[in-house]
Structure formats: C-alpha cells, structure tokens
Design a protein around this ligand. Structure first.
Ligand code: S3P
Length: 172
C-alpha cells in the first residue's frame, strides 16, 4: 500500500490559507499516519497564541521557536506535518526538511487566500495592511523557497480532501 511506501514524513509548506492544517489532517487519516501542526506545537510550548507570541516577544522569537519545534518534529518522524507559512524560508529548517522528509508545496490563487484568511483574525502578519497586497508580496518573496519542494499541488480547485488525494497521487 501507498502508506508503507511513504517512509518519510510528509511536510506541507506554503502560504497562510492554503489549507496546510486541514489538508494535512485529511492526508494523515488517508495514510493512517500521525498528524502534527507546527504552529500548534509552538503555541503549546509557549502556552500563548501565535498572536500573543508576536505581540509580547516579536517575530524573531517566534521564528526561533518555530525552528526548534520543527527540528524536534523531524527527529520524531511524525507522519504528516503542517508548517506555518514562513517556516520553509529559514535556511536551516528548509535544509532539514528537504534532507529528511517529502516536502509538498500547496499553492493557491491569492484571491482565495484573502477570502480564507479573512474569516479569522489569528495571523499577525496580515494585521497591518491590505491582506491582498501582503499575501501577493509574500508569494513573490517566498516562491524561490517554496519551489524547492519536490512536489507542488494547487489547492484552489476543490475541497481539501481532493488536495490530499492529489498529494498522494503526486508522491506515488
Ligand atoms: C506565518 C504563517 C502562520 C503562522 C504565523 C506566521 C507566515 O501559519 O506561522 O502567523 O509567516 O506565513 P499558517 O501558514 O498556518 O497560517
């Protein structure tokens, strides 16, 4: 079965709102593997929300926690891992993921990301400006990094379980 042939963690990368967490949960169920969410692990470790971490300690502190949490997750070899949108930009984190896991870039049209991220106000990077502009800029800035993932799938065309299916087909 496909689940046994996937012998490395599957790590989802891509912008906020692409569905990494939801797709990751689905994918883990389909593969019968464990799922872990890097943002949630950081929140658990800090006992604070991402918004509170940014407010009280700043982005650099968050990025440091993010790097450490993902390094630990790579050691634990969790089956499917969703990362925060900025994690794969860090050189150390990206190298670690590329060396030990199957990285999957979930890409999506900006308009859809604006709509999805607009439903909840949990993302500090989208608070100080026009979300469309910010997400477009981040897409340009991060594309050179995200595109280093060996697999890319689009998430605009269907429900999240279809994106999860597309990932399985792309890996297989
Ligand atoms: C961030 C994305 C967020 C979260 C933090 C910063 C980013 O995760 O890690 O707000 O830099 O793109 P999601 O991609 O899960 O929204």
């Amino acid at each position: 079965a496909i689940a046994e042939r996937i012998d490395r963690p599957v790590v989802l990368v891509g912008l906020m709102g692409t569905g990494k967490s939801t797709v990751g949960r689905r994918l883990a169920v389909m593969l019968g593997k464990e799922f872990a969410d890097a943002d949630e692990e950081i929140e658990d470790a800090a006992q604070l929300s991402i918004g509170e971490i940014f407010e009280q300690y700043g982005e650099a502190y968050f990025r440091d926690g993010e790097r450490r949490v993902i390094a630990r997750m790579m050691e634990e070899q969790t089956g499917v891992i969703a990362t925060g949108g900025g994690a794969f930009v860090n050189d150390q984190t990206r190298k670690l993921i590329l060396d030990t896991a199957i990285a999957v870039w979930i890409d999506c049209e900006i308009d859809i990301l604006v709509e999805r991220t607009g439903r909840r106000d949990t993302r500090p990077l989208l608070r100080d400006g026009d979300p469309h502009e910010i997400l477009s800029r981040l897409h340009e800035e991060r594309k050179p990094f995200y595109s280093q993932a060996p697999i890319r799938v689009g998430s605009e065309n269907g429900p999240h379980h279809e994106t999860a299916m597309a990932i399985i087909e792309a890996i297989d």
